[in-house]
Design a protein. Sequence first.
Length: 252
Amino acid sequence: MMEQSQVLKTAAVGAALFGALAWCRLDRGAAAAPRSIPTTHPASSEKSSAPALHEKLTLRSAVAMLSSDQWSVRSRAQSFLMQENPSQLPVVLNDLRRTHNAEKANRLLKVALQLYLMARTPVLGGPVSFLGVQYNMQRITVRLHGHHIACAAVQVVAILPGFPAAAVLRDTDMIIGINGRIFPLWMTADAFRQQIQALKPGDMVRLSVLRGLSVVSLPVRLVGVPRDMGQLGAMLAQRQAAAAAFVARYER
């Protein structure tokens, strides 16, 4: 389900909205279908992954790390760059033009698109809080603080570029809680949407996310969108057109 899923019909855009266009050639394929049988994940205790990124990296060092032969280093650098100020877009585009490495070019294009659309994403642009993800619901079991916990999980299957969530979330991440409260096993997609909308646009929320075998705590700022479905659909359609034009101009 997409947040305010009727937007998809109103805007007449695809179920994944920006989909492959937004993420260029970096997609890791479609997410698995939701499972009704609880799945055990031997996850470690929850930990925060955000501070270290900003304490040790700069824009220049992160761009250089995109040439690393280690996937984890390249991924960390890209995550850092996705959270840069939109004013750094000219610097990123300059590096994009200069690189001859195809994967680095794709990562830089993804970063550039994020920064370009971030400048078009006012945090307080409307009264309704919006995360900017498409998701499926699952039921899983994770190990937290030495205990196995059965809970609902919001499996991220698509992320709208330009929204704050796109800088920290990844396809196939599983959101299992908000602000330290783990989702009950019976939580529905509508209940998750209502939890988001109960918060204020501009609020910084901390998502408990199962990523691989670890549960990490990720801060994400919510944005405000129009309450009217027609206005929201039109806004997303305009962003899709802007993203298409941007990618067509800079894609290698």
